[in-house]
Design a protein around this ligand. Structure first.
Ligand code: SF4
Ligand code: SF4
Length: 86
């Protein structure tokens, strides 16, 4: 992902009370991402998720859809292709 997009998402996360959501929604498609059963629990997705919405209290991990920004970073970084678009 381009750094400016990551910055935009982080800006949205950090300012989600100030009306930036609309701009973010225009920038990123409204895909729904989900972790599938082949997740190996490596943790790489935790480091790239700008919304801190990947739950890791067991394997496979799962995504808190209510907080996910659909940025796709977890899917890009996953070494086993465990993140799917619903
Ligand atoms: S798509 Fe993945 S990295 Fe992006 S916000 Fe959702 S769970 Fe986090
Ligand atoms: S990067 Fe992929 S395999 Fe690793 S914890 Fe996240 S979803 Fe699971």
């Amino acid at each position: 992902m381009e750094n400016n997009k990551v910055d935009t998402i982080k800006d949205y996360v950090n300012n989600n009370q100030t009306g930036n959501k609309d701009a973010s929604a225009e920038s990123f498609p409204d895909f729904e991402y989900a972790v599938t059963g082949i997740c190996i629990g490596c943790g790489k997705c935790l480091y790239v998720c700008p919304a801190d919405c990947i739950v890791h209290d067991g394997v496979p991990y799962y995504i808190d859809a209510s907080k996910c920004l659909s940025c796709g970073s977890c899917r890009d970084v996953c070494p086993v292709g465990a993140v799917s678009v619903l």
